[in-house]
Design a protein around this ligand. Sequence first.
Ligand SMILES: NC(=O)c1ccc[n+]([C@@H]2O[C@H](COP(=O)([O-])OP(=O)(O)OC[C@H]3O[C@@H](n4cnc5c(N)ncnc54)[C@H](OP(=O)(O)O)[C@@H]3O)[C@@H](O)[C@H]2O)c1
Length: 321
Amino acid sequence: MTHWGIIGLGSIAHHFVKDLALVPEAKLYGVASRSLEKANTFASEYLADKAFGSYEELLKDPLVSVVYIATPHSSHKEWAIKAMKTGKHVLCEKPLGLDSGEVVEMIAQAKVSGVFLMEALWTRFNPSMEAVVNRIKTNDIGAIQYLQADFGFYAMDRDPKSRVLDPALGGGSLLDIGIYPIFLSYLLLGKPKSIMATSSFNETGTELQTAIIFNYKKAKAVLYSGFTSKSSMVAQISGSEGLITIDSRWHESQGFKLEKENGTEIESVSLPTLGRGYTYEINAVHEALSQDWIEHPKWTHQDSLNLSELLDAVQAAAKNQ
Ligand SMILES: NC(=O)c1ccc[n+]([C@@H]2O[C@H](COP(=O)([O-])OP(=O)(O)OC[C@H]3O[C@@H](n4cnc5c(N)ncnc54)[C@H](OP(=O)(O)O)[C@@H]3O)[C@@H](O)[C@H]2O)c1
């Protein structure tokens, strides 16, 4: 059994532990909050062995093997590095760091401590995503010419001090949800030759909308994230011999459609996830620990670094607009 500890008991922590309970090799051992009362309530709801009123106390417990960091982006680096320094393996929510400089420091610590570190980019392990990657590898749609992916929801009614909108907590659509369309383009096409981007901001400086074009030698990717309205969240990957449409919401998809260029064949593939879909990244962590890996081959340290460099480059391109 792998003993998990959870740091930061907010919205995603609730979803994550429900999926953790579906993985037989996982044990929800400890949960840590800045408030002991909150930790106790969470521990009794999800049957955790231990509740801690500070993150430090959880890190001091020798029975915690892997820590899931579910705090706002602005403290991922701090808690991931503290956890790794105490010898814990880490699954850290996305984005791994606020920028590529932070990601470099985090990866360096994983190497020094000899522990596993992975960004919780669960979409990489989603069964539909895995199948789409395989279909592209086996040339089912030919060479990709055009990719479109978006992620938008209405967040303007949120508290300006919430992590989504507060710049001090790393707020803004790009790091929170724009990371997914960028991830998809990076996963399937790699790093682009050039980037065009434009953003809009509110009066506190929080980025609210970003439209992006990734320019590849033989393909274009049109990407979008925003908090000002909902978007369809259907992703399209269009190749010279066919089109894949990943069902909404594509980042947690339960299936996709494949249409051949000549119109002869439309295939609908259904791949329902176990739980909400975090079970697959949890299994990936277990696989890595069983092999003594410090990174997972499907979402490596270099992948996280490349992704954060792309986020930096998009922000720089939008600034120059
Ligand atoms: N993979 C996914 O599907 C997914 C979905 C949503 C979010 N996320 C990621 O998960 C992370 C957390 O998101 P969330 O939506 O769960 O946020 P949230 O509901 O605001 O919860 C964040 C938790 O972090 C802790 N925290 C520590 N320092 C804080 C501070 N200065 N201000 C506020 N909270 C602080 C708090 O827990 P305590 O009070 O218990 O200490 C809080 O409940 C983000 O990095 C986000 O990108 C991932």
